[in-house]
Design a protein around this ligand. Structure first.
Ligand SMILES: [Zn+2]
Ligand SMILES: [Zn+2]
Length: 582
């Protein structure tokens, strides 16, 4: 049990009293004891005679002692009143239960909070006042209490006049009283907030009608995040919150956030919270995100950025308001959706997916430039399970996640990495298949095995290398065939070597020689180069012809067939006229 609980507070809870329903929901303040009045005004900082803090913390205060029983007939302590001031300073309006959950959760019952509120409503204090009830505006007691006059005050006066206390008559939970701070109370509350903290809109749009349920839903959201009973531990403290935080837009407009949480130490550098109770259209919710996008897009020029000359011309204005936001990202927005069944809320979440896609959808896999981290959850889930449970829908993800994971976009990042890896693998496999298809029918090499890829095969014809080899092979076969043919003929008439030329020489004939060829290629070019006339074989003697007809070609004349050819082509008469091969 922490410090501010003491026997005074504990002793104030009366099971049979007006707060005895025990539910903590309805804590009507039919004051039984508003009469003990002290002429001394309360200290606005809430440090009264019951202050349990060390004296050192209270130095500088004028008042150090009260006659407690008279100043605070309901028995509240200074620290508790101070905590309540802070809670109501942030929430502006809240039920006793909500105040209790944030200001004094260690108290077993909310009654001490109710008592403190009644103390604060006394006309000597005029810090707190009642603002109707959740049941609606038609609270008859409130009507009787006057318009702007504090209801509690009126009750206190009535009680002082001897009025009897009465039990609440409204159905349990239907008309939980809503408390707020007076102007005086707001001033006092401001003093309890950390230096530099803004109070937000002092007159929260509580209204009389739909405004109250919305404001209470925002409070419930804050309680779910920050209350001491939050499963897994509360996020931040009440002073880390601002309600109705204004975000100025061009043209004097503004985008007002229902609540903003700044709790970097608890893993939430900044979180803008929009609570919706399903009494507008999905488009209306999307328009709010449009508004934030417009707000985030505003820039300012700062030639002396962070104290030194900077070339930065366009700095994001929002970062001056939310310096705790991590680099490289816009402040996240959490949509807390209630006021309808789970299916209707899921439908809203789905609808926002498309309606706000331009604001949250990454440009590419991990390019979130100018994109808003957008989260949504069911208010009922948030209240029942707390923010640490996997109740958050981060747009772009496919699973409900914890707040930490939703803010870090864990699911999306993992899924996207997986997808990219799979795509890469598929591309690699496809490339592998493509390369396999380029294997050369000759050498079986793939395209990637060639230094110069255009030389590779397309898988149907030979690669350039194999083509070249095939050409050489064909030429070799042709040469060998020609050589076999030419070697079977007569030798060179001049050098008596092979008629096709020396075997393997560069000039060797690679085709069958003409039947009347007499010289190998070297000898033929030698003759041509020297301008000598072609060979004309002597006519055979008639005796040789007769002998060959009987016994075949003569053994001593390898060129016999050519001699016969020459004799036929250039007979004696032609030769006498000077004819011969040219
Ligand atoms: Zn090949
Ligand atoms: Zn020759």
């Amino acid at each position: 049990m922490s410090g501010s609980q003491d026997e005074d507070e504990g002793g104030q809870w009366e099971p049979g009293g007006e707060d005895g329903d025990g539910g903590g929901r309805e804590l009507d303040s039919q004051d039984e004891d508003g009469g003990g009045q002290d002429s001394e005004p309360d200290e606005l900082d809430g440090q009264g005679d019951d202050d349990e803090r060390p004296a050192a913390e209270r130095t500088g205060k004028k008042r150090t002692a009260f006659v407690r029983a008279k100043a605070y007939p309901n028995g509240s302590t200074g620290p508790l009143r101070r905590d309540i001031l802070q809670v109501l300073g942030v929430l502006k309006a809240a039920t006793v239960k909500q105040v209790w959950q944030l200001a004094a959760p260690h108290h077993e019952h909310p009654n001490t909070v109710a008592s403190a509120l009644r103390d604060m409503a006394l006309k000597e204090s005029r810090l707190a006042e009642q603002r109707g009830s959740l049941g609606g505006p038609d609270d008859e007691e409130e009507g009787a209490g006057g318009k702007k006059k504090s209801l509690a005050q009126a009750r206190a006066e009535r009680a002082a006049a001897g009025g009897k206390r009465a039990r609440p008559t409204a159905p349990k939970g239907s008309n939980a009283k809503i408390w707020g701070l007076t102007e005086l109370g707001l001033d006092a509350a401001a003093a309890t907030l950390p230096v530099g903290r803004k109070m937000g809109n002092r007159a929260r749009s509580l209204g009389r009608g739909t405004g109250a349920p919305h404001a209470m839903a925002v409070n419930d959201t804050i309680v779910a995040f920050t209350g001491a009973n939050t499963p897994g531990g509360g996020i931040g403290v009440i002073s880390d919150w601002t309600t109705e935080a204004s975000h100025p837009l061009p043209g004097g407009r503004q985008q007002i956030a229902d609540a903003v949480l700044i709790a970097p130490a608890d893993g939430v550098p900044v979180l803008l919270v929009e609570v919706d109770l399903h009494n507008g259209t999905n488009l209306k919710i999307a328009r709010k995100i449009d508004g934030y996008a417009e707000y985030f897009a505003q820039t300012y020029k700062d030639p002396n950025h962070e104290g030194h000359p900077s070339r930065a011309k366009q700095l994001p204005s929002w970062r001056r308001t939310y310096p705790t936001a991590p680099a490289g990202t816009l402040p996240p927005i959490a949509l807390v959706l209630g006021g309808a069944g789970p299916r209707a809320i899921d439908n809203t979440i789905d609808a926002i997916h498309d309606l706000a896609a331009q604001h949250w959808e990454p440009r590419r896999a991990f390019d979130f430039t100018d994109k808003i981290p957008l989260l949504a959850c069911h208010l009922d889930d948030l209240k029942a399970k707390g923010p640490h449970a996997a109740i958050w829908w981060r747009y772009g993800s496919t699973n409900w996640q914890t707040l930490t994971d939703a803010l870090a976009n864990t699911d999306y990042i993992a899924a996207t990495r997986e997808r990219i890896a799979a795509e890469k693998k598929a591309a690699q496999e496809q490339e592998h298949q493509r390369l396999e298809a380029t294997r050369c029918p000759g050498c079986n090499r793939r395209e990637d095995e060639f230094r110069y890829r255009p030389h590779a095969s397309d898988g149907t014809r030979l690669c350039t290398d194999c083509e070249e080899q095939a050409r050489k092979d064909r030429a070799r076969r042709q040469l060998l065939a020609a050589r076999a043919h030419n070697d079977a003929l007569h030798p060179c008439y001049t050098c008596h070597g092979p008629l096709g030329g020396p075997h393997g020489s560069r000039t060797e004939l690679d085709e069958p020689a003409e039947a009347d060829r007499l010289e190998c290629p070297p000898c033929a070019s030698e003759r041509s180069n020297h301008g000598r006339r072609p060979i004309l074989l002597d006519l055979p003697a008639p005796r040789q012809v007769r002998r060959a007809a009987k016994h075949g070609p003569p053994d001593d004349d390898p060129w016999w067939t050519v001699r016969l050819l020459h004799a036929e082509r250039w007979p004696k008469e032609a030769r006498d006229r000077g004819k011969g091969p040219s």
